[in-house]
Design a protein around this ligand. Structure first.
Ligand SMILES: Nc1ncnc2c1ncn2[C@@H]1O[C@H](COP(=O)(O)OP(=O)(O)OP(=O)(O)O)[C@@H](O)[C@H]1O
Ligand SMILES: [Mg+2]
Length: 308
């Protein structure tokens, strides 16, 4: 049981999610390294508030795609909320202002700041960015190290919320149009195009031929309960998690301390097996005696996640 069965699947986006600190970034980096080594042009993105790709790859990675030293076909990108907002404003700012200024008399910054406050703009932009990179052929595969659990869900919920929000907007603008006796309201067209975008993004993310979501957890109470909640939440969005990585598993304990921890872990691993073992892959990942940092260490984890 391993992630190797994804090798030939031609997925375009691999997302890793889970509770804070369970090994999402480590596992994402390993998967990205693996697919780059198979010759697929790969981009790893971290959209976490505190991105740690720089630490793992032991080089400075920033908000611009950068080739990972010593690994062919692999680029990395760390993009935090501030940078996302900056790019969003740059991409959509002018068209929003143009549309809005035909109706209301407001300063550029005022308009943009106002629209930027709409719920989920950030996440929408991230999704849009990922989709664009996939579609423009820059990369064969995007591995996305998502922010800890709650935010990942927000991300998925977003296009729904966004559309819900926009659904009421046309009525408001219609009224403004009537009141001002305007013939054409470009804002409406803009909203329509955003709606299309949100729909496109949602259906791409939900289509299992494009996207795979890998859940990372640890064999402890908090990890397992959180994992169960996540699986349920995802189902609510029509997304099925098929791979669950159980990280930090103690095997061959060499001390009383480790034996005790192993005994603590066993029932939780069993709980995951009972609940998900029949129709999902549960992959145990051993706790290594060292931190996983640098390409060489990642290669060792690659042997576990992608054996053979
Ligand atoms: N199987 C493992 N064995 C040993 N150390 C591990 C293992 N998996 C992860 N680690 C270590 O645990 C720490 C946390 O891992 P990582 O940063 O990947 O977690 P994360 O889920 O991305 O955390 P965050 O939610 O803060 O982004 C790192 O120092 C990493 O080297
Ligand atoms: Mg991380």
């Amino acid at each position: 049981m391993s992630l190797s069965e994804l090798d030939g699947s031609g997925k375009r986006v691999l997302m890793f999610g889970g509770k804070g600190g369970v090994g999402k970034t480590t596992c994402s980096a390993t998967a990205a390294l693996h697919y780059a080594s198979l010759g697929r042009k790969t981009l790893i993105i971290s959209s976490d508030l505190t991105p740690s790709l720089s630490d793992i790859f032991e080089m400075e990675i920033g908000p611009k795609e950068k080739a990972v030293q010593g690994v062919e076909n692999l680029d990395a990108l760390e993009i935090g909320p501030d940078e996302v907002m900056k790019r969003w404003k740059k991409k959509f700012g002018p068209e929003i202002y143009e549309a809005a200024s035909s109706m209301i008399n407001m300063e550029y910054d005022e308009v943009i700041e106002y629209v930027a406050m709409a719920p989920g703009i950030q996440e929408e932009f991230m999704l849009d960015y990922v989709l664009e990179r996939v579609k423009d052929g820059s990369y064969d595969l995007i591995v996305w190290d998502t922010a800890p659990a709650g935010d990942t869900l927000r991300l998925l919920e977003l296009p729904y919320k966004f559309m819900e929000h926009l659904r009421t907007a046309p009525k408001v603008y219609m009224r403004v149009r009537d009141a001002l006796k305007l013939k054409k309201v470009p804002f409406l067209e803009l909203i329509e195009s955003w709606k299309d975008l949100a729909e496109e993004v949602t259906s791409f993310m939900r289509d299992p031929t494009n996207t795979e979501f890998v859940l990372v957890t640890i064999p402890e109470g908090l990890g397992v309960y959180q994992a169960k909640r996540l699986v349920k939440e995802f189902q609510r969005f029509g997304l099925d998690i098929r791979y669950i990585l159980v990280n930090n598993v103690i095997q061959n304990p060499d001390s009383d301390f480790n034996r005790q921890r192993m005994e603590m872990q066993c029932p939780y691993i069993q709980m995951l097996r009972d609940e998900y073992g029949d129709d999902r892959e549960i992959i145990k990942v051993p706790l290594f005696p060292y931190e996983i940092k640098g390409v060489q260490r990642l290669r060792e984890l690659e042997q576990v996640l992608f054996p053979g």
